[in-house]
Write a protein that binds this ligand. Structure first.
Ligand SMILES: NC(=O)c1ccc[n+]([C@@H]2O[C@H](COP(=O)([O-])OP(=O)(O)OC[C@H]3O[C@@H](n4cnc5c(N)ncnc54)[C@H](O)[C@@H]3O)[C@@H](O)[C@H]2O)c1
Ligand SMILES: [Zn+2]
Length: 710
């Protein structure tokens, strides 16, 4: 289970404490009234813990307005008295804290608890629904715990709260009202259609909806019962409910037709030991991201009525139940920009770029936005503070802008007018926009990439030319470049004899590029320039790369299991293209690299066992840069003058070294040309050996010719 972030704000003095109390009061008041707090829950909880810590150290300074120890932080109000107080819950954040809590509860009642009910902590707001003779009578919020607000007007739009019960009983059912993810999406769509501002998250949506009166539209929420009590004239139910275990109360309520969590993946279960509870806690935690509604923890309750009775309650929370909190999965951050990416089929998908924020232990910098209509529907604007949700392995999503935090400086999100990848028109007739070039759009991009400087380096084949070739139907993949005929090119617009011959010559030269570049040109995900070089150097031939299984691929420095599997899978898809390249006479070997031993041989087994073979099998020790990490900076001169950075890196790796872009203690050599700046200074500071390009050229001279334009 992920470690919980239960850090606290640090309050240095009386003034900081007073300011924190003020900030918390304002936030809680807004939170419980309309859901429009300036803080996300994580920020509020940090503040509240800081306040509590300060009060523990300075008990004489506690302010009356402090939220500590009060239901709803003392912020909520109401005028309908509760028969029995509606309390909050105390929290634990770890297995250890939970074990400590159970031990103290068992000490208090003087015996072990043998039955625990383990349930989802539904992330909505607590309500009490009163039924008289089986008919719905009144819906009341928790308020300050002793009295709540009457929100009966809203009951008709609450799913799971029937108008009539299956039996004519008089009873108060308690539970949580929340918005399921679907209800949240639908609710926000309806609101924005009516010119209203979207809710920041489902919890705010539920709070706002419950209080709203005279809305021109209907927004649904869902009720989940987690308890029931008798009312003064409940008759024999008074005694029954007092003696039933909590789990049976829940079944009884469900039998009356009231919705509970029983039908969900996180249905309440009974556990006999702390270990069993913990196992269920872990299970619920890992189901969280897939649930159709939000939970913010797990509630664990002593199931037996006698245990509950003897444990009793404090002023803020019962002693027989605890909330085992899960890490916050929602944070407020800023929407910086929107990127438009074009997929394989030409779908143009927006992606939100966020001010990076840590959620549940990982840094989130991007979030999905489904389509342009989605952006419009949610009324997102650049510069908006947005509520971002990220749990488990799911892709982070923006729930909504936090509209009440707008400053007026937010600007509309610009939609592209032409395809951001190839410049073609966009088909906007469906929700998902698509480049009118469809799959060919990707084709243009992938052929342009293959022809690029660091791949096949085909001079004269810019994006416009590629578009022409694709549109004329002359290339369906970049292997087709190698079989282009002179007449075909001459027939194209703006292609004269000279440019045609130059292009054909450039393509012919590209045939002799080293394997590392040909492999890079394939555009296998996760294999950029340097990874392609490592793969090519390790396997030496394309045949061996293609023949490699997941295990063998992992012998290449920097390839883990997941990446290896992805590469293997993609290479299977690319097999026809590779065959075509072979047939076109494109070079499939890496000059200077020695292939690893054949699979199945003794040598191979030895190579697999040790790590020696990784990188440059066999030849490593005889190469001039073996074992060295080399950084290049400044302008190259002499024999190296014409080499790009990428070509320099290739050279270093051919000569057995490792290329790097930054100087550190581990750098063996810095090749510093003219105008070398901070890297040179740093190398001097660290005492790293420095060579001018000419000296370096001498060292690796033998490798200079290989693999360059033959
Ligand atoms: N963002 C803000 O400005 C702000 C301000 C105030 C409070 N808050 C948030 O509100 C929370 C504190 O609110 P709280 O006092 O309602 O406490 P709580 O949410 O931590 O726990 C108590 C509540 O849990 C609910 N609950 C859900 N499932 C339950 C189940 N199966 N059994 C019993 N109860 C269940 C009940 O409504 C109960 O009242 C904190 O998480 C805090 O972050 C946020
Ligand atoms: Zn396009």
């Amino acid at each position: 289970m992920v470690a919980m972030t239960n850090s606290a704000a640090v309050l240095a003095d009386t003034a900081a404490y007073a300011a924190a109390v003020e900030q918390a009061s304002v936030a809680a008041a807004a939170y419980y009234a309309t859901g429009e707090s300036a803080l996300d829950d994580d920020a509020y909880d940090r503040l509240a813990r800081g306040i509590a810590a300060y009060e523990a150290d300075h008990p004489e300074e506690v302010l009356a307005a402090s939220p500590t120890g009060k239901v709803a932080g003392g912020a909520a109000v109401g005028d309908v008295p509760h028969t029995v107080p509606m309390l909050s819950l105390d929290n634990v954040f770890s297995a250890e804290q939970f074990a400590t809590w159970t031990a103290s509860l068992e000490r208090r009642i003087g015996r072990p608890v043998t039955a625990w009910s383990v349930e989802p902590k539904l992330d909505g707001l607590a309500v009490a629904a009163r039924y008289r003779d089986g008919r719905f009578e009144r819906l009341i919020t928790r308020g300050d715990g002793t009295a709540g607000e009457d929100v009966s007007h809203a009951a008709g739009a609450v799913v799971g709260l029937p108008e009539r019960l299956a039996e004519p009983v008089t009873i108060e059912v308690r539970g949580e009202i929340l918005m399921t993810n679907d209800q949240f999406d639908q609710g926000n769509a309806i609101r924005t259609e009516h010119g209203g501002a979207p809710f920041a998250n489902p919890r705010n949506g539920a709070a706002g909806t419950l209080r709203a009166k005279d809305r021109a539209y209907r927004v649904e929420t869902t009720f989940f019962a987690y308890g029931a009590l008798p009312l003064p004239d409940s008759g024999e139910l008074v005694e029954t409910l007092a003696e039933l275990p909590h789990s049976e109360v829940l079944s009884y309520v469900a039998g009356l037709g009231v919705h509970t969590a029983a039908g969900t993946d996180v249905a309440p279960v009974l556990a006999a030991t702390v270990e069993e509870v913990q196992a269920r806690v872990d299970a619920i935690g890992s189901l969280r991201a897939t649930l159709p509604f939000g939970i913010d923890g797990i509630v664990i309750k002593a199931d037996l009525a006698a245990d509950q009775r003897e444990a009793g309650s404090g002023t803020r929370a019962p002693r027989w139940a605890i909330a085992y909190k899960l890490p916050a999965v929602e944070k407020i951050t800023r929407l910086l920009s929107v990127e438009w990416n074009v997929g394989r089929t030409g779908i143009i998908a927006p992606r939100a770029v966020l001010e990076p924020v840590v959620i549940d232990g990982s840094t989130v910098g991007y979030a999905t936005l489904h389509n342009p209509a989605d952006i419009t529907r949610r009324d997102l604007r650049l510069g908006d503070q947005v509520m971002v949700y990220k749990a488990g392995d799911i892709i982070p999503r923006i729930e909504a802008p936090v509209v009440h935090l707008r400053t007026g400086d937010e600007t509309p999100i610009d939609f592209p007018e032409s395809c951001p990848q190839c410049g073609s028109e966009i088909d906007t007739s469906e929700q998902r926009w698509r480049c009118t070039r469809g799959r060919n759009c990707r084709l243009v991009a992938s052929v342009s990439y293959a022809a690029g400087r660091d791949q096949l380096d085909i001079e004269g084949l810019g994006a416009t030319r590629v578009v022409q070739l694709v549109d004329a139907g002359l290339v369906a993949d970049f292997a087709d470049l190698f079989t282009l005929e002179r007449e075909q090119l001459l027939a194209l617009d703006r292609m004269g004899e000279t440019s045609t011959d130059n292009l054909l010559a450039a393509i012919d030269t590209a045939r002799t590029r080293p394997l590392s570049r040909v492999f890079c040109a394939l555009g296998v995900r996760g294999t950029g320039r340097s990874m392609s070089r490592r793969i090519a150097r390790y396997f030496a031939t394309m045949d061996r790369i293609v023949a490699a299984d997941v295990e063998t691929l992992q012998r290449v420095d920097g390839i883990g299991k997941e990446k290896a599997a992805a590469v293997v899978a993609e290479l299977v898809e690319l097999a026809p293209l590779i065959d075509k390249l072979v047939a076109a006479g494109v070079s499939m070997t890496e000059p200077g690299a020695t292939p690893p031993p054949e699979p199945g041989t003794e040598e191979e087994a030895a190579a697999g066992a040790g790590t020696e073979a990784v990188g440059d099998a066999g030849t490593g020790s005889t190469l001039p840069l073996a074992g060295m990490t080399v950084v290049v900076t400044g302008a190259m001169s002499g024999a190296l003058e014409k080499l790009s950075r990428n070509q320099m890196n290739e050279l270093i790796e051919r000569a057995g070294g490792k290329s790097s872009s930054s100087v550190s203690k581990r750098t063996s050599l810095l090749v510093a040309g003219d105008k070398a700046g901070s890297k040179r200074t740093k190398a001097e500071d660290l005492g790293v050996r420095i060579a001018v390009p000419e000296e370096f050229a001498e060292l690796v001279g033998a490798f200079l010719a290989v693999g360059e334009d033959a």
